[in-house]
Ligand binder design. Structure first.
Ligand code: S6P
Ligand code: ZN
Length: 190
């Protein structure tokens, strides 16, 4: 990672973000999640396999400005979750607790529509709406997963502690309490 310095300190930096499209310039880290990386996450495994066999499309992407993964720094970026369903289940991110579980996160939705699902180790659950202009505060200890219920990409800007890390393993074993489906055109959380 190229960190510019001024004197003894990391230099401030600026980057451009098109808040209408979510296109972010100057990202250093780009993650693509294809259907094949989502095995075990969706209820309808056969439907996922047929999507993989049909070309293994990218279901979501993350663009981040990387900074030192140290206490005090903040990681910012864009999450872009494409529309679609696996069977009737809406496309979603894997979801994770932060490895440093006492770190929170802020999501600002720039476009699209869906939910941010959240859960705790005690089994508490929350689903808050995501649409342009919604800011969701994810307190420490809450795992979080985006779900796209619309017909266009769900685009969010996020900020979290750079030292947070990601704990995916616990969600892989615990699941997320509730799933979001589109049934006969209606969105249901069950
Ligand atoms: C990171 C933040 C987002 C997610 C992104 C993809 O703490 O919450 O950048 O990484 O929305 O989700 P996931 O669960 O695959 O990392
Ligand atoms: Zn997070």
């Amino acid at each position: 990672m190229d960190i510019e310095r001024i004197g003894n300190y990391m230099a401030p930096f600026v980057f451009d973000l098109d808040v209408t499209t979510g296109v972010m310039k100057g990202f250093k880290n780009h993650i693509e999640r294809r259907a094949s990386s989502m095995r075990g996450y969706y209820a309808d495994e056969a439907a996922l396999e047929s999507i993989i066999a049909g070309g293994d499309p990218i279901l979501y992407e993350v663009f981040e400005c990387t900074v030192p993964e140290l206490y005090g720094h903040l990681t910012v970026g864009i999450s872009k979750l494409y529309p679609g369903t696996v069977g009737q289940e809406c496309f979603m991110t894997k979801g994770h607790y932060h490895q440093v579980i006492e770190t929170g996160e802020v999501y600002l939705c720039l476009g699209g529509s869906g939910y941010l699902l959240m859960k705790t180790k005690d089994g508490d659950f929350s689903a808050l709406p995501m649409e342009r202009g919604k800011v969701v505060y994810v307190p420490p200890s809450w795992a979080h997963r985006s779900v796209n219920c619309g017909n266009v990409p769900l685009v969010s800007f996020f900020v979290y502690n750079a030292e947070s890390g990601h704990n995916y393993g616990d969600i892989e074993t615990e699941g997320f309490i509730k799933r979001v489906f589109k049934r006969d055109g209606s969105v249901v959380i069950e």
